[in-house]
Design a protein around this ligand. Structure first.
Ligand code: NAD
Length: 488
């Protein structure tokens, strides 16, 4: 059985403890499994200095060599996938096979961006004889990144992959509650020969670290994944120094289910996907707007499958859904369910916390939920789904677009004209038809409206880590006109 790793900060190519720490809790048992060091001011200053040095080395490293190092690290992570997955299940709670899938997905982010590193093309702009206009792309500098706890490995992977492929250095503050995923990434890069200072990993008090790092001169990009409220706060802070931001924020994904699909198959598939990662996914399908003609069989199949989800410790074979990752989620979901129930929603399944240790909550399906219920506006970020009937496509689109969020959206239909209309009119950054998968390495991912700014992955993801420089190059010294206007 692999061991949970010894947790350290990684600064300037070296591991360190700090004398202060926070407990890491297994959400399936509530046992303390480790202690994660808390960065002090001096550690952050060291990380800034190391990142400055790392940037000078890495920006001068050829894209091919950068790609080789990234691919070497990704290969090590693939070799260590079982060990990394084991740590993730211990600290996060998700079932081991899902943790393994997450690790492979994280590797895919690195592998894709390693390829992109070698395709950061510029342009030669047509010009008059004797002068050449070039548009080149250069790495922005040091990135301050903040990754959340829902995907302990693939969330930090996205940001580290983009930064390193572009030639930036990075200081990443990964989630204190689930630190091992990011730690394993740092170990793989250390072993793959990444120069010291290019990647620095810290943990600590999130607000203290962001408040200190973001205004620093050498921080040239703030990359954050988390809630909209925190994203807005960090964006305001970054604006004071005109530091650009990459923000992947909350969602509340709508799913429009049209009457031309197999209601039962769609219901079963929807419930299984809702259980994935215990619903703690920013793209998790949550608000289901179902054509009233198929509402009853769809809702019945959904509830039946949701009730059958095998919940337990993620280490146990056959478990489909682990606990939620922390106690805050239990309280938040419970409050949303109670509010909806009080306002007249039907609870088709779930809706009650089990006794005993562990942060377990069943997949909960609410139907015919009134618009004034909080869950219709607030992202549950847990195993909670809302299923409401709709009388027309117009109504379904209006419901889907009713919130300030716009991250992922989904539809089930086989009608090409309906699919085309939905694709155009649903206000999200990622729209998926007949699949509840929203994001893979090779396509851009990100939100519109309050769900964020910018994209990660695909060709577009690299743009945030680069800035454009225009070069005007005359082959001979330019002769300034004389006072009379004649050429000298
Ligand atoms: P939270 O809003 O306190 O924290 C969300 C994330 O932001 C955490 O990783 C946290 O460490 C970080 N954070 C908080 N304050 C920060 C600060 N001042 N500076 C830097 N980082 C900071 O809430 P939470 O209970 O941890 O998570 C719940 C909510 O967060 C969910 O409702 C969900 O909307 C959102 N969330 C979104 C994602 C995502 O993938 N978009 C992931 C995790 C959490």
């Amino acid at each position: 059985m692999p061991e949970y790793p010894d947790l350290n900060l990684y600064i300037g190519g070296a591991w360190r403890k700090t004398g202060q720490s926070l407990p890491v809790i297994n959400p399936a048992t509530e046992d303390v499994i480790s202690e994660v060091p808390v960065a002090r001011r001096q550690d952050l200053d060291d990380a800034l200095e190391a990142a400055e040095r790392g940037f000078r080395i890495w920006r001068a490293t050829s894209p091919r060599v950068r790609a080789e190092v990234i691919l070497r690290a990704a290969a090590l992570m693939r070799e260590r996938a079982d060990e990394i997955a084991h740590s993730i299940t211990l600290e996060h709670g998700k079932p081991l096979p899902q943790a393994r899938m997450e690790v492979i997905r994280g590797c895919e982010f690195f592998e894709w961006d390693a390829g992109e590193a070698q395709r950061l093309y510029g342009r030669v702009v047509p010009s008059a004889p004797g002068i050449r206009y070039l548009v080149i792309q250069q790495p922005v500098g040091t990135v301050a990144a903040f990754s959340p706890w829902n995907f302990p490995m693939s969330q930090p992977a996205r940001k580290i992959a983009g930064a390193l492929a572009a030639g930036c250095s990075i200081i990443i503050k990964a989630a204190e509650e689930t630190p091992a995923g990011a730690l394993h990434i740092a170990k793989a890069f250390h072993d793959a020969g990444l120069p010291a200072g290019v990647l620095n990993l810290v943990f600590g008090v999130p607000a203290e670290i962001s408040t200190y790092l973001i205004p620093q001169d050498q921080v040239r990009l703030v990359a954050f994944t988390g809630s909209t409220a925190v994203g807005i706060h960090l964006t305001e802070m970054a604006a004071r120094t005109m530091t650009p931001v990459l923000m992947e924020l909350g969602g509340h994904a709508p799913v429009i289910v049209c009457d031309d699909v197999d209601a039962q198959a769609a219901g079963l598939m929807s419930a299984a996907r809702k259980a994935r990662n215990a619903g703690q996914v920013c793209t998790s399908p949550t608000r289901f707007f179902v054509d009233q003609k198929i509402f009853a069989p769809y809702a019945a199949a959904f509830a039946e499958r949701a009730a059958a989800v095998n919940i337990g410790n993620g280490m146990t074979p056959g478990v489909e859904m682990g606990p939620v990752a922390n106690h805050r989620r239990i309280e938040a979901i419970d409050a949303l369910v109670e509010d909806a129930r009080a306002k007249g929603a039907k609870v088709l399944t779930g809706g009650a916390r089990p006794n005993g240790p562990g942060y377990f909550y069943p997949v909960t399906v609410l139907a015919e939920v009134p618009d004034d219920a909080r869950v219709m506006r607030e992202e549950p970020f847990g195993p909670l789904a809302v299923i409401n009937p709709t009388a027309s496509l117009d109504e379904a689109i209006a419901c889907a677009n009713a919130l300030p969020f716009g991250l992922a959206g989904y539809a089930f239909t086989h009608d090409a004209a309906t699919a085309d209309r939905l694709m155009n009119e649903v206000e999200v950054g990622n729209f998926s038809i007949n699949t509840l998968e929203a994001s893979v390495a090779e396509v851009p991912f990100g939100g519109v409206k309050a769900s964020g700014q910018g994209r990660e992955g695909g060709m577009e993801g690299m743009q945030h880590y680069l800035e454009v420089k225009t070069v005007s190059h005359r082959m001979e010294l330019e002769h300034e006109p004389t006072v009379s206007g004649a050429k000298a």
